[in-house]
Design a protein around this ligand. Structure first.
Ligand SMILES: [Fe+2]
Ligand SMILES: [Fe+2]
Length: 290
């Protein structure tokens, strides 16, 4: 048997931070600096999380049975983190609904995608999770590294997105390590081919669905047609240009020897922990779920 290399840092601790955001006061409808396109993009992304995160957990846990001790430990930290993300984004989405947005079309599209994936063998769900987790981790890195992305955002909402980004970085190797373990007997070429195909497929769906979702929410704010497209594309590709800025990191996924922890970005986690003011409720450590 070939030993599987797990380059997730040996001293990494995946620790759920059980925080709650925005329960006290209502945020303005256009919480992201009064900007229709910025609010729409983040709201569209948030809509994916309650069902999406549940799918990630289910996909990873399907392969936990014979996981080596270190991977089993990673999965134990991952599960409650992801469950709390679902809870907080569900609350965030309810606030969007109470400020007048109708998210039903976006939610239906997510359910449709998940239903298609669930008809496939469990390894496909794991591959999709691994690809989406890389996507999420590079978005998270960019969000924390560049304060421009949340510039002007309402405080509690910005705090939610930063908190989520921190934990996405912390657990970014879990689905990938599970994948390495689950496919440990596959030939390298097959592993790469499946991984590359799945990444292209989920990226296409992600871009198409989040664009459609954002345009739908902008339409609900009375912005449509060419103006909506121009605002959206400018925001995503030009300034602050999230998609442009993650393009290089996205491409690295296809390189031989790729692993999410080839980039050790734990300095962003340390910076975040140092920035959480003492006034705030300290990160409550949650006992890891078995
Ligand atoms: Fe998450
Ligand atoms: Fe994640």
């Amino acid at each position: 048997m070939t030993a599987t290399i797990l380059p997730t840092p040996a001293d990494l601790s995946i620790t759920p931070r059980d925080r709650r955001f925005g329960r006290e006061a209502a945020a303005p409808r256009l919480w992201h600096g009064g900007r229709v396109e910025a609010t729409a993009i983040y709201n569209a992304l948030s809509t994916t999380f309650p069902a999406g995160e549940a799918f990630f957990v289910e996909s990873v846990r399907a392969f936990r049975e014979d996981a080596p001790a270190k991977l089993a430990e990673e999965i134990k930290g991952f599960t409650p983190q992801v469950a709390i993300h679902s809870r907080e984004h569900d609350a965030f989405n309810k606030r969007a609904t109470s400020s007048g947005y109708d998210l039903s079309r976006l939610e239906a599209q997510i359910e449709k995608r998940l239903a298609v994936t669930r008809t496939k063998p469990p390894i496909v769900s794991l591959a999709a999770t691994m690809a989406l987790e890389h996507f999420t981790a590079i978005l998270a890195h960019q969000l924390l590294a560049n304060p421009r992305h949340l510039e002007g955002a309402e405080q509690e909402a910005a705090d939610l997105w930063r908190w989520h980004a921190v934990e996405e970085i912390e657990h970014k190797g879990v689905a990938y390590d599970t994948w390495l373990h689950a496919t440990r007997y596959w030939p390298r070429w097959k592993r790469w081919k499946v991984k590359a195909k799945v990444m292209l497929y989920v990226t296409r769906n992600f871009v198409v669905d989040r664009t459609a979702g954002s345009l739908e929410l902008m339409r609900q704010d009375g912005v449509s047609g060419l103006r909506a497209w121009a605002l959206l594309l400018h925001y995503l590709w030009v300034r602050p240009g999230m998609f442009r800025k993650i393009a290089g990191a996205w491409l690295k996924f296809f390189l031989p020897g790729f692993h999410p922890w080839n980039q050790d970005d734990r300095h962003l986690l340390r910076r975040y922990e140092a920035s959480v003011t003492p006034k705030r409720e300290p990160a409550r450590k949650v006992r890891r779920a078995a």
